[in-house]
Design a protein around this ligand. Structure first.
Ligand SMILES: [Zn+2]
Length: 279
């Protein structure tokens, strides 16, 4: 099957991460990569990975709305799948592999950090641990050989290991079919819309160092350039990073805008700090 996702890799990392991650470039998608990272690097990749994953998730909502894409099942699961497919790519990449694995871990950490919610089954989102399982299934399914060791480390059951490659193929083929006609190669000569990122005042919502990391890493811009390079978007999509007094990110169909709350980015940092401290 021809894969049209994940063609553009993240290239403008800040120097420290380039050095560290350059040393990790192995043809096998090693699961112990994170263990070789210094805590600061692990933190940075975790926060950036979860932030980019969330950004792709929200852009998925925007595409579904703006292109009138039909959705079977939960839209929340569908856009998690899109975010995973966009990040995992057909070739091993130590940066994006680590980022997407961090996003799955983020769901497990979020689950572990919260009290049980007896109303959670009403929610439009699947449970955090289901999202953890679904994202990891797609990661493994994208490259079962490359992620063989990863599957062992996360203790993925054998019957899931059998199932996930076809789940990945079906999911990727479904998104490709739904985006048919919007891939840049097919829509030759059209400029399309841009994803326009802006950063509001962080205020109390985010530590200045965290904001600097996010802005200077170039990761957000790489992520949006990746989408613009792959798809001819029907409209410009503003993405506003801002303080919003809640831990959230959302797409607003009435304005066509994505809001990424600084509180959510801070929450990702809190999750990984707590996890590192608990080891
Ligand atoms: Zn959503």
């Amino acid at each position: 099957m021809m894969r049209r996702f994940g063609t553009k890799r993240f290239g403008t990392l800040f120097p420290a991460l380039v050095l560290i991650l350059g040393a990790l470039s192995s043809p096998v998608r090693a699961a112990e990569d994170a263990a070789m990272l210094e805590p600061e690097e692990e933190m940075a990749l975790f926060v950036l990975g979860n932030t980019v994953f969330t950004l792709y998730h929200e852009l998925g909502h925007a595409l579904i709305d703006q292109l009138g894409i039909p959705v079977l099942g939960k839209e929340e699961d569908a856009v998690d799948s899109l975010a995973t497919i966009l990040l995992v790519g057909p070739e091993p990449d130590p940066v994006t592999d680590e980022m997407v694995m961090s996003a799955a871990d983020g769901y497990a950490m979020s689950h572990a950090s919260q009290e049980p919610d007896e109303l959670a089954y009403w929610d439009e989102h699947s449970f955090d641990m289901q999202r953890y399982g679904a994202v990891n299934c797609l990661i493994y399914g994208a490259d079962p050989e490359g992620f063989a060791e990863f599957a062992l480390v996360i203790e993925m059951p054998e019957d899931q290991q059998m199932r996930c490659p076809s789940t990945f193929d079906q999911t990727a083929a479904s998104w490709e079919a739904l985006l048919d006609g919007y891939f840049r190669a097919e829509a030759d000569g059209e400029d399309g819309g841009a994803v326009i990122v802006s950063y509001g005042d962080g205020g109390e919502a985010i530590h200045p160092d965290l904001l600097t990391l996010m802005r200077e890493s170039g990761m957000i811009e790489d992520a949006t350039a990746s989408v613009e390079g792959m798809l001819v978007l029907p409209y410009d999509i503003p993405v506003k990073f801002e303080a919003c007094d809640t831990i959230n990110a959302f797409y607003d169909p009435s304005t066509g805008e994505v809001t990424m709350c600084y509180e959510l980015v801070s929450y990702f940092a809190e999750l990984i700090v707590a996890d590192i401290e608990s080891r």
